[in-house]
Ligand binder design. Structure first.
Ligand code: ATP
Ligand code: MG
Length: 509
């Protein structure tokens, strides 16, 4: 077993390389992790961050290099089971929980062996409560994971690691799915882990988090280790410069185009599920050339708003019209064909098919269009050309359009969804957390594209938990609270205090 005294070396990765075919995802990377320290791993989408940690966690075998855990060379047959046995825990970019099972099941089941003939649920429950109390979690063991919010699901993942006895904790972009408040709480928790002597690795695109928290920051670029800097050794600008292969253009600003006709008109829209009003008499309009922001603490109706417009949920009352034409019970497919594009919040679950290649994901939902197929027969050549064009335009880092989507890095998968949606020349774009998981060059680019789409005459509904993003891109921002639109703020007259109280429901009638 490893010796976990603070400051002692937990893990040493030496000269790790990883090739996929002829492609080098990692090239000679060396990193040391210590107990009682936080190590941040930063780099562009596709830089190799997840790959490096997947090697450490035994999911991928390195092509070269060696790993020492607690000073011992682990050899070449290192599996996830070994990693867990050596007190390494990892939370992936995309969670791996069973929705239909309870919190306790999700945490305990992976630790059970088939030889455990009489599982001691009483003891497991006790251990669960102890851990929860120790770190201030407020999860009920019997709730179904499917009923939890994203933030709570992440707590389940963290508890699962701790329950398995992990002392070396790896978190792959843990704050990407969290609201700012939840994110602050998580970062606090990481500091707590550090203070208790755990070794923590955090992969993040938020450099300010890396600088605030980390004792060391390793910067990867195109699979190569550009630097490992100690706390206080570099500024955000220094680190950012090391990360990017090209200068980032961040000149996006609100669209200056004149507003045209009303594209989206929601009139008194309500959505009741099991007697709960998830949307409550929402009325709003989005005009051509406008980016209308939607703010609110997560879970106040944002997802339902997007889902009713695209037709995934049917409204209980009120009407939704596009260019004056009521949508009624129009299908999702017909709404898409009619010019509504959606970048959904949970892209992994709703917008891509991992087993299909990139090209197919690019045309998903548009296969029936004449340039892609005739009488049911796909036009491979046009599809390939279109995919090639999108890959270049949205800077999807891949070797070919035939690569399966699941082999792309997280951020590059998102670029595929965004590229597909924006390439269809939509009249209305629903963008829900569009920059989630993207590095800052890609973030700047996507924001620019939304502004351009508005300038070209589309209406954009931007749902975001990032207030800076909302204020920068939108002209007006609607605040949702408990399914109601409790206020609309002009971005030019933004007053954080007033805005905060709207979001907190303090001004809800
Ligand atoms: N199983 C695989 N087969 C082929 N290529 C892969 C595989 N896994 C990863 N890659 C490639 O390795 C590179 C690094 O990917 P990785 O997921 O480590 O990036 P990342 O730094 O985590 O990016 P992001 O910030 O977008 O999550 C990418 O170009 C990706 O396409
Ligand atoms: Mg990744």
């Amino acid at each position: 077993m490893v010796e976990a005294s603070p400051g002692s070396e937990a893990v040493r990765l030496e000269g790790i390389s990883k090739a996929f075919g002829s492609f080098k995802a990692l090239d000679n990377v060396s990193v040391a992790l210590r107990y009682g320290e936080i190590h941040a791993l930063v780099g562009e989408n596709g830089a190799g961050k997840s790959t490096l940690m997947n090697v450490l966690y035994g999911i991928l075998q390195p092509s070269a290099g060696r790993m020492l855990v607690g000073g011992q060379d682990v050899g070449s047959h290192w599996s996830t089971r070994d990693a867990i046995a050596h007190q390494i825990g990892m939370i992936h970019q995309h969670f791996s929980l069973v929705m239909e099972h309870s919190v306790l099941d999700n945490i305990v089941m992976p630790t059970l062996k088939w030889t455990d003939l009489a599982p001691k649920w009483g003891q497991y429950r006790e251990r669960f409560s102890e851990l929860s109390a120790q770190f201030g979690f407020d999860l009920s063991p019997d709730t179904l994971v499917g009923k939890l919010s994203v933030g709570q699901r992440q707590q389940v993942e963290i508890l699962k690691m701790l329950y398995q006895g992990a002392k070396i904790l790896i978190l792959d972009e843990p704050t990407a799915v969290l609201t700012p408040q939840q994110s602050d709480r998580l970062l606090e928790m990481l500091l707590q882990f550090r203070d208790r002597g755990y070794a923590v690795v955090i992969i993040t695109h938020k450099l300010e988090h890396a600088l605030d928290l980390a004792d060391h920051i390793t910067v990867l670029r195109n699979g190569r280790q550009i630097a490992t800097v100690a706390k206080g050794e570099g500024t955000i600008a220094d680190i950012a410069r090391m990360m990017v292969s090209q200068e980032v253009n961040t000149t996006q600003r609100r669209s200056r185009s004149a507003m045209g006709k009303v594209v989206l008109d929601m009139d008194n829209v309500s959505l009741d599920v099991d007697g709960v009003a998830l949307l409550d008499k929402i009325s709003l309009q989005v005009r051509e050339g406008e980016i209308l922001g939607v703010a609110g603490v997560a879970g106040n109706g944002q997802s339902e708003l997007a889902e009713t417009i695209i037709g995934l949920q049917s409204t209980t009352a009120g009407s939704i019209s596009i260019y004056g034409k009521e949508l009624g019970t129009t299908s999702v497919e017909a709404r898409r064909r009619g010019g509504i594009a959606i970048i959904p919040e949970d892209r992994h679950a709703h917008a891509v098919v991992g087993e299909m290649d990139i090209a197919s994901n690019f045309i998903m939902g548009h296969e029936g269009e004449p340039q892609f197929s005739r009488r049911g027969i796909l036009n491979r050549k046009n599809i390939a050309e279109f995919a090639k064009h999108c890959i270049a335009e949205f800077d999807v880092r891949t070797r070919s359009a035939e690569t399966k989507l699941e082999f792309l890095s997280g951020g590059n998968q998102q670029k595929v969804v965004i590229g597909r949606e924006l390439s269809a020349n939509p009249r209305l774009i629903i963008a829900h957390e569009p920059a989630r998981g993207l590095d800052f060059a890609a973030t700047a680019y996507i924001r620019q594209r939304l502004v351009q789409a508005a300038e070209a005459g589309a209406g954009v509904l931007l749902i975001s938990s990032d207030l800076d993003e909302l204020m920068e891109l939108s002209t007006r921002v609607v605040v949702l609270y408990c399914g109601r639109a409790v206020g609309t703020v002009d971005a030019d007259a933004y007053d954080p205090q007033h805005f905060g109280s709207l979001m907190a429901g303090a001004e809800a009638a």
